[in-house]
Design a protein around this ligand. Structure first.
Ligand code: NAD
Length: 476
């Protein structure tokens, strides 16, 4: 039966959980234990700004501690509330399980419009929020490790790690208390692009399986497909750039806060981003035709729709009119449970958020490991790898000369082959492997079990099963 009223974000996640749990062999007790959010801490704190005290409300939810530390971003937005934070924390539990990042799920949020404050004010607010969480071990390298999310980025993470280090002067692993940091504060190459890069790898993997592509009534490869992207923030801008510049996808539409932009031939994303950086929006950008009612482009004809802005943008009010046969959820929860049902009935293929945007937490995992090992990836191996490949190339050249074979290597081969992997290459390789493996685990369940009707259900089945195994092995 189709949903008639729109559930809240957390209820949406629970509905999707229940669909999957219904086809699994779980005891009702264990099922309930996995589903519920373990705890939510609410803090109200005051900060003196320009002589006046302002009070802020923040949250940190821990959904599941079947593995520790728990992990999940901190979001700055006026829409932050307990329901949303708990929904996002639950998604983190399942996401980490799906991509085999050894973490439980958590999420945090501060109810604030960050654009209304200058950098100095934001630093004071962030440090105070971090102080409240750190003193309760809700930020801690072994227990709870935040990361950026909507409205936060490297800068905020640098303030948080510094605040933690000031309060824990003898903790040698202090840098592992948060991920998504700038490189000079213990960050890792490739973290900023990671979620968008993961979306690209997810699409590439989907298009490696003709059977799956056909189920979306598409055919062929990623190249030449048309795409609409909503939200050119961290996730959306990277995903749009990578798939248009490297995979030949035409981004025909973009939706931002102040409207939409359309170009049948495909937009030049770098140019649009340059415009946005200069003028603060996409209005009047000469790269495409401006559409004042931006959200209407969600319903435009295209092969792939990438909602990468926020939750609940595809809802009961517009789901029926969505024409894209393939949706990849780069944002968390962009499709409500009701809309999900409508789209499934229509035959739309949805690559679910828990998988599609897992690139961020995957590279956060690499960053956390780097911080605990206190050494950059590739530092020990890179030159050794180069020496070995050089040996082989020299030997081939010697053989060719000695035997008069006249072999010549292709131009550029020597340089490319003889370069050892640096941190960025290793991070991308680890991310690519993770996205491929996770997709395969989902599609295996999707195709092997008739009662698993879609990729989202498959993702939940895989994730819940892993969390359940973890609880069982603890004797619960
Ligand atoms: P961001 O703040 O960098 O970007 C959000 C973008 O969406 C901005 O450009 C904003 O102008 C635009 N936007 C906001 N409201 C809009 C609306 N109503 N219509 C159109 N555009 C709108 O945030 P982000 O970090 O890119 O996160 C986006 C989504 O991806 C969120 O759902 C977040 O939870 C999810 N996510 C982010 C990460 C990460 O690493 N940053 C990881 C996993 C999931």
């Amino acid at each position: 039966m189709l949903q008639k009223t729109e559930p809240s974000f957390r209820e949406s996640v629970d509905i999707m959980f229940d669909r999957a749990a219904a086809v699994m062999d779980l005891s009702p007790g264990l099922c309930q234990k996995i589903r519920v959010c373990n705890s939510t801490y609410t803090v109200r704190f005051g900060v003196r700004l320009h002589g006046k005290i302002e009070t802020f409300t923040g949250y940190r939810s821990v959904h599941s501690e079947h593995m520790e530390p728990v992990k999940g971003g901190i979001r700055y937005s006026l829409a932050v509330n307990q329901d949303e934070v708990e929904a996002l924390a639950a998604l983190m539990t399942y996401k980490c399980a799906l991509v085999e990042a050894p973490f439980g799920g958590s999420k945090g949020g501060l109810c604030i419009d960050p654009r209304k404050y200058d950098e100095h004010d934001l630093e004071q607010i962030t440090r105070r929020f971090a102080y409240e969480l750190i003193k309760r071990d809700l930020i801690n390298p072994a227990q709870n490790v935040p990361a950026p999310d909507m409205g936060t980025g490297e800068r905020e993470m640098a303030w948080i790690v510094d605040q933690y280090a000031r309060m824990n002067t003898t903790d040698i692993n202090a840098r592992a208390c948060v991920t998504g940091k700038p490189l000079n504060s213990g960050g890792i190459q490739g973290r900023i692009e990671a979620t968008g890069r993961g979306v690209q790898y997810a699409l590439r993997e989907f298009f490696r399986h003709p059977e799956d592509v056909a189920s979306a009534h598409l055919f062929g490869s990623l190249a030449g497909k048309t795409c609409v992207v909503q939200g050119l923030g961290n996730v959306g801008s990277h995903a749009a750039r990578f798939i248009s510049e490297e995979d030949g996808v035409a981004i025909v539409g973009i939706i931002e806060r102040d409207g939409g932009l359309w170009n049948d031939k495909g937009l030049n994303i770098a140019a649009v981003l340059g415009w946005m950086a200069e003028y603060g929006g996409i209005k009047d950008c000469p790269e495409g035709r401006y559409v004042a009612e931006g959200a209407s482009l969600l319903e435009a004809e295209c092969d792939i729709l990438i909602p990468a802005a926020m939750e609940a943008v595809i809802h009961l009010g517009n789901a029926e009119r969505i024409r894209a046969p393939l949706i990849i959820e780069a944002a968390n929860g962009p499709i409500t449970a009701g809309a999900d049902e409508v789209l499934r009935h229509k035959g739309t293929i949805i690559i679910p958020d828990m998988y599609a945007n897992a690139g961020g937490v995957t590279v956060s995992y690499f960053e956390w490991v780097k911080n605990l090992s206190h050494i950059r990836f590739g530092r020990m191996q890179r030159r050794a790898e180069e020496a070995r490949t050089r040996l082989l190339v020299n030997e081939l050249e010697r053989l060719s000369a000695d035997k008069g074979l006249g072999w010549t290597l292709s131009p550029g081969f020597k340089d490319k082959y003889q370069t050892g992997s640096d941190e960025l290459e290793l991070v991308r390789s680890g991310l690519d492997d993770t996205m491929r493996t996770a997709y395969q685990s989902m599609r295996e369940v999707w195709h092997a079990r008739p009662e698993v009707t879609d990729l989202r259900m498959a993702a939940y089945v895989v994730a819940i099963d892993r969390v359940a195994q973890s609880y069982r092995s603890k004797g619960l």
